[in-house]
Ligand binder design. Sequence first.
Ligand code: GLP
Length: 241
Amino acid sequence: MIEVKNIDNYIKKIAESIANEIKLKQENDQNLVLGLATGSTPIPLYDELVRLHEQENLSFYNVFTFNLDEYCGLDKSDPNSYQYFMDEKLFNRIDIPKENTHVPNGQVKSGIEVEYCKDYEQKINDLGGIDIQILGIGRSGHIGFNEPGSSVNSITRKVELHEITRKDASRDFNGIENVPTHAITMGMQTILSAKRIFFMAFGEAKREITKLAFTKEVTDNVPASHLQNHKQLTICTDFII
Ligand code: GLP
């Protein structure tokens, strides 16, 4: 666990760990698989990775990425889609081969969603699983879009969004009525299988749910609480839990 309480320090340390792993894999002719998150929390981390690329020659040629989730129904070109977010914040700013990046397709046709999600899962497994997972938390206690009640054994699938989650997203969408009702998310099992996890929660609004997740019982009602059982978890918060 990183024993610092300053957001900039956390960001620097996480980016450094990722950079070191990327370089280590490059020396051994191997790939690094990153699990990525969206939301405002990881933005400074993506900025720092871009800085390492631009100013310190960090190359992402051997990196594969898998994003946690995507809203159903949004086109890739929609500024509220997570694909758009990732392109803007990271992928377009570094030298990662575009074909190595994966964000669930929120427009997958109904009827083939299960197959599509299984394939997403398979792609991760074929690459040896996620080496480093970046995680935030939603006020419902979700990780990815695994809302309360998500089973610890769940894999990538289509889910219904919690009311709190839709409320929190309503500003971006100009009203709750415009927020999608469903999303595709990596499952709890998918996330918890990552070899190393960096969990980030910054700001007062995240304090209560983070406390619940890490200081109380492990329960499907607070999906993030299952992180307590992960062996290589680093919790980064700017408040005391
Ligand atoms: C969304 C994402 C989560 C993210 C959460 C928190 O719900 N699906 O993966 O952790 O937002 O967002 P923010 O970092 O903006 O608080």
